[in-house]
Design a protein around this ligand. Structure first.
Ligand code: T5A
Length: 215
């Protein structure tokens, strides 16, 4: 079934916050309510953008300068928007995206201390006035997130940053939530997975007027 008002949804948080886990649960909620959607991620989502992702996360290469990292994030985003997100929305599909531009504000803006005005300029250039309709931010203490991410196996280049970097990123997300209280839904993701999913379902079912929970 197509929805008359396709929603663009992003999921955000520091490493190990549980975005990917909760994205699956969110997709089950959409399916249970007959919503047609695509699932995607950033950086990535198209072959070109996934190639940029590999460059960005490879810790065996020379590390990119902060400006290079910023520009590559937006290069991948431009491709992703043009080839995948905008066509899906135009077709009436909802879009569920693991990270979007809030990650750039949090990681490159706060984590790398690049000027937020640069990010705002690139955001307008690449996205025009397109912004997610709903953003779910999953918050965990840095130690908890890094421990969970570490259990998953090999760490990528950004996951190898230090505690202080992720603390700045986490604070960056908090500032985004405070400045965008209508768009952003905030979750305490230090609880067990089922409790986080339950909190997410309650808020989203009310927001979208859904009546069905997944079995
Ligand atoms: N990036 C991205 C930027 O710097 N700028 C940008 O503009 C963009 C778009 C890739 C990297 O790119 C950076 C940020 C990232 O460093 P990514 O692919 O989203 O981003 O990678 P990660 O954030 O590293 O994804 P993770 O998989 O680490 O985190 P998730 O998705 O938040 O966590 P998830 O769901 O995989 O869970 C991790 C582990 O914890 C367990 C899970 O089972 C899993 O084992 N878990 C829980 N355990 C206990 N309780 C819970 N509530 C749990 N939830 C999950």
């Amino acid at each position: 079934m197509k929805s008359p008002t396709p929603q663009f949804i992003s999921l955000e948080g520091i490493e190990g916050a549980g975005k990917s886990t909760q994205k699956k649960a969110l997709c089950e909620l959409l399916l249970a309510n007959g919503i047609a959607f695509i699932e995607t991620r950033e950086p990535g989502g198209t072959p070109h953008a996934e190639a940029i992702r590999s460059l960005l996360l490879d810790h065996t290469l020379e590390a990119p300068a902060a400006k290079t990292e910023l520009l590559l994030m937006f290069a991948a985003r431009a491709q992703h928007l043009e080839m995948r997100i905008l066509p899906a929305l135009a077709d009436g599909l909802w879009v569920v995206c693991d990270r979007f531009t809030d990650a750039t504000y949090a990681y490159q803006g706060k984590g790398r201390a690049l000027p937020l005005e640069w990010i705002a300029t690139l955001e307008t250039l690449v996205q025009g006035d397109l912004r997610p309709d709903t953003t779910l931010i999953f918050d965990v203490p840095v130690d908890v997130g890094l421990e969970r991410a570490g259990k998953r196996g090999d760490l990528d280049r950004i996951e190898l940053e230090d505690w202080a970097f992720f603390d700045r990123v986490r604070r960056g997300y908090r500032a985004i939530a405070e400045a965008n209280d209508r768009r952003v839904l905030w979750f305490d993701a230090s609880q067990d997975m089922e409790s986080v999913t339950d909190a997410m379902y309650k808020k989203l079912m009310s927001r979208w007027g859904f009546s069905c929970r997944p079995n």
